[in-house]
Ligand binder design. Structure first.
Ligand code: ATP
Length: 572
């Protein structure tokens, strides 16, 4: 995943765009809320000049002073009531926007992840990928919920407070705002290291998650190799790197806040110096200075908060970048816009002048052959020759760089990916089962299948007999919190899945490996019922054990040779 410069503000704005009316309503609430806050200094000024120091204002009657005070208390009550109502409304709305944004983003990520190539999953550890889906979306959500609205309001309060202050006393306002450029400087000076360390911290944490999952996945290998100490040291090193980046990032973030506060202190020194001079020598009323200072007390903390929020924005920005880097990855095999859901009626396969290679070199070179409908082909060749690679081109796990793969005379790129893959059954070497019931695991091949169809498929794969003996039969949970199955039992479930799918083309990768003699016999029986009326390609290093072939395909040195049982070469 190569980092690419992104416009974080644009991407973030795109994420919250569906909620623009809600956000506008929130902004409106916040504007009214700010007005409530900004009204307080005026109330204060009025009370000091007209109630506490009435001589100067000319109102001295104690009963009228009391009624003014009561009037002011009611206004304060209304201000606080309104303020909290608006705060509640705006905060709850923003919470919902944050949650919905993360919800949509995670779904978008999952949809996109399913379009990425098999290579992507081989190159990126599962923990690393899941960190982007869960943790980065979480950081973005938190920024929206905790900072976005308050950032908008801080900017607004700054502008309004500065406007009122200018109106009150332009000279004092200029002195107060003289520190503003220093705050901007502080933001720019700290932005780069905060962003860099935030990114590094997130990458390292994702690495740690990846390492963790790998260690638990390979727990048996780790134990058998007695490499626990090496694994613990590797984990400690990843963790240490993450911790260091996290500490550095927090240090810069805190330093940024400290620098901002120091400049605020400087501003207050200037303000009190000039304000004291104006009150003592230029006849400024103390109430006016206190009211002005109240605005400064609104303005400066907002300024510090804004600088700190800018730091948080930089950190959330790294999550936005990481998420969009993933979303911008090209799908491994792009869907052809003109693709149609073809039906495979015969199961003829043809390779026409196909060449394919991974990043580090060619595996297949100008390969042409045809497999007729209903033929059973054994695919053999030395390890690493390209057998799996060649077969993987049929369900489009990869696309060839040159040439065409055709099924029933149609280029596989003209099938919709779903229609193509739904009609090709695969029994991989690696028997992957989900943490779910046996019923759901078999039904995975065809989610609409009835219970009866699942049981029928399991019978066909000779899996029914062992399933019936399990405590809850087909409803027995497998894996985490459930029972563990032997390799042979897993393989039979995989075959049941393939039978249920009822594909015209079937790909088997070492179907008998890890089965004992009895289970092999059973699996072969299952396979023979499965293979009727289909084109079957079986990858194997043990062709003698599979008596059902009527063609042999040998992959070696980038070439594919197809022979009939008499040994005659059939390639064009
Ligand atoms: P085996 O019998 O051991 O399963 P195979 O004949 O099926 O081997 P392939 O798995 O197709 O061989 O691999 C062919 C070559 O391509 C090997 O050199 C392998 O290292 C390489 N290869 C396989 N998958 C990838 C990949 N995703 N990225 C890069 N190279 C790969």
């Amino acid at each position: 995943m190569k980092p690419k410069r992104l416009n974080v503000i644009k991407e973030l704005a795109g994420l919250v765009k569906p909620y623009k009316y809600v956000l506008l309503a929130v902004l409106f609430c916040l504007v009214v809320l700010s007005c409530c806050n900004l009204a307080m200094p005026f109330v204060l000024k009025y009370v000091i000049n007209n109630v506490f120091l009435p001589g100067e204002a000319g109102v001295a009657d104690p009963s009228s002073l009391l009624s003014i005070l009561l009037y002011v208390l009611v206004i304060i009550f209304v201000i606080y009531g309104l303020r909290n109502l608006l705060f509640y409304l705006s905060k709850t709305r923003v919470m919902v926007v944050g949650e919905k944004t993360a919800f949509e983003l995670r779904q978008r990520l999952i949809r996109h992840l399913h379009t990425l190539s098999v290579d992507f999953y081989q190159q990126n550890k599962p923990g690393k990928i899941s960190a982007r889906v869960m943790q980065d979306a979480q950081s973005i959500k938190q920024f929206i919920q905790d900072e976005l609205a308050s950032m908008m309001i801080n900017v607004l309060m700054l502008v309004v407070a500065a406007g009122i202050m200018f109106h009150m006393h332009w000279m004092l306002t200029l002195a107060t705002l003289a520190v503003l450029p220093f705050h901007v400087l502080v933001y720019y000076l700290f932005r780069k290291p905060i962003t860099a360390y935030a990114r590094e911290a997130k990458e390292r944490i994702a690495d740690v998650s990846g390492d963790l999952i790998e260690q638990f996945d390979g727990a048996a290998t780790v134990k058998a190799s007695t490499t626990q100490l090496i694994e613990q040291e590797k984990f400690r090193e990843s963790l240490r790197k993450g911790m260091r980046a996290q500490i550095r990032q927090s240090r810069y973030y805190t330093l940024q806040k400290v620098a901002a506060d120091l400049f605020v202190g400087l501003g207050i020194i200037v303000l009190f110096g000039l304000g004291g001079y104006l009150v003592l020598y230029r006849g400024m009323k103390p109430g006016d200075f206190v009211a002005f200072f109240f605005y400064v007390r609104i303005l400066y903390p907002r300024l510090i908060e804004l600088v700190s929020q800018a730091g948080k924005f930089s950190r959330a920005g790294t999550s936005v970048e990481r998420v969009f880097e993933m979303l911008n990855l090209e799908p491994g095999v792009p869907e052809n816009p003109k693709a149609v859901p073809f039906e495979i009626s015969r199961g003829r396969i043809e390779f026409h002048r196909v060449s394919f290679g991974y990043q580090d070199g060619r595996v297949l070179e100008d390969v042409s052959f045809a497999i007729e409908p209903g033929e059973h082909v054994l695919v053999t060749g030395p390890s690493g020759a390209g057998k799996t690679t060649c077969i993987n081109l049929i369900p489009r796990f990869y696309d060839p760089q040159e040439g065409t793969v055709l099924v029933d005379g149609v280029d596989v790129r003209d099938f919709t990916l779903t229609s193509l893959r739904r009609q090709i059954g695969c029994v991989f070497q690696d028997c992957f089962l989900f943490n779910d019931t046996i019923m759901t695991n078999i039904r995975y091949a065809w989610p609409e299948a009835t219970d009866e169809a699942v049981v029928e498929a399991a019978r066909g794969a000779y899996a029914d007999e062992f399933i019936q003996k399990l405590p809850n039969g087909y409803m027995t949970m497998i894996g985490e919190g459930g029972i563990q199955l032997s390799q042979g039992e897993k393989r039979r479930l995989m075959i049941a899945r393939a039978i249920l799918k009822n594909p015209k083309i079937l790909i088997l990768d070492e179907p008998l490996v890890s089965l004992d003699q009895h289970a092999r016999q059973r699996a072969l029986e299952g396979l023979s019922s499965l293979m009727r009326n289909r084109t079957v390609l079986t990858i194997t290093h043990y062709p003698a054990e599979l008596p059902y072939a009527n063609k042999h395909m040998h992959v070696s040195d980038g070439k594919v040779t197809v022979r009939d049982l008499s040994g005659k070469v059939l390639n064009p």
